[in-house]
Design a protein around this ligand. Structure first.
Ligand code: ASP
Length: 281
């Protein structure tokens, strides 16, 4: 079996499916032409990072001061992990995360070191901030300055959403996960969410691949990805495992998850979440 699942963020409208579908189709094409699960999740993440509708790469949410600091990660069922955090001015953070895994003795690089590594690997200077994201930040800051903390418009502007993640299974039984995000609105400089944290935002091993999305601070506390993974190890169906972890969150905490095993796929969320899924022989 070959399979790929791509999500466009817990809290994002389900209609924002088009980018997920394009990403899943590209990933499946790679799987069908003999590509690995890692190739597939990287390709899916790149499609989503290049689509300004999503909160990853181009279109990332900026920090409070208007600068984008992005997080991304990849992990494979053979144990390989690559992570970048607080990465600025690069077009495709997920590609840098993969190179951290493949070209350095490390698992994670952050901030200025990650940027220096990216430049050495040939990634040119690129500002991922879009006009739409800049305007949203201005609006949110304006409401805050007016003291409107409980204003529904502020909640709408600042809720989680549009982060991306992908999981895939290749014909050889290899699995992989990729995450990429600009983080959340109104972040302090240096804030890191769950997306680049193994066990919290993602996990992959012989039993399956898992990617989570939503309120990063809560997800880190619960270590949601490893919880779902442990259920898969114990033989749970991915849909059942995703539902069980989602139901453990209080209703005011946004959460979503996608997962797959060598035999099945699953997803669950407690808001809305666009998810595209493709399976093949
Ligand atoms: N989990 C991401 C973070 O906290 C945000 C999201 O999934 O929308 O950075």
């Amino acid at each position: 079996m070959r399979a790929v699942l791509v999500h466009g963020g817990a809290g994002a409208p389900a209609e924002r499916i088009d980018g997920c579908e394009r990403a899943a189709a590209e990933a499946m094409e790679l799987l069908e032409s003999g590509g690995s699960a890692l190739d597939a999740v990287e390709a899916a993440a790149v499609v989503m990072e290049d689509d300004p509708a999503y909160n990853a790469g181009t279109g990332s949410r900026p920090r409070m001061d208007g600068v984008c600091e992005m997080d991304a990660a990849v992990m494979c069922s053979d144990g390989g992990i690559g992570i970048v955090t607080l990465l600025r001015r690069v077009r495709n953070p997920v590609r840098v995360a993969r190179l951290v895994m493949e070209r350095t003795p490390h698992v994670a690089l952050g901030g200025a070191g990650a940027l220096g590594f990216a430049r050495r690997m040939g990634f040119g200077d690129y500002d991922p901030l879009t006009e739409r994201r800049r305007e949203r930040l201005e609006k949110a800051l304006g409401l805050l300055r007016e003291g409107r903390r409980g204003d529904p418009r502020l909640l709408e502007l600042t809720g989680p959403g549009d982060t991306i993640g992908a999981v895939a299974l290749d014909a050889r039984g290899g699995m992989a996960v990729a995450n990429s995000t600009g983080g959340v609105e109104l972040m302090l400089p240096g804030r890191i969410g769950d997306s680049p944290m193994p066990g919290a935002g993602f996990y992959c091993g012989p039993a399956g691949a898992v990617a989570t999305t939503g309120d990063g601070e809560s997800i880190i506390g619960r270590m949601s990805a490893i919880r779902v993974y442990r259920m898969l190890e114990e033989g749970a169906d991915p849909a059942e495992a995703c539902r069980a972890e989602t139901d453990a969150y209080p209703s005011d905490v946004v959460f979503g998850v996608i997962a797959l095993t060598p035999g099945a796929t699953g997803t669950a969320n407690n808001r809305t979440m666009p998810v595209a899924s493709l399976t093949g022989e």
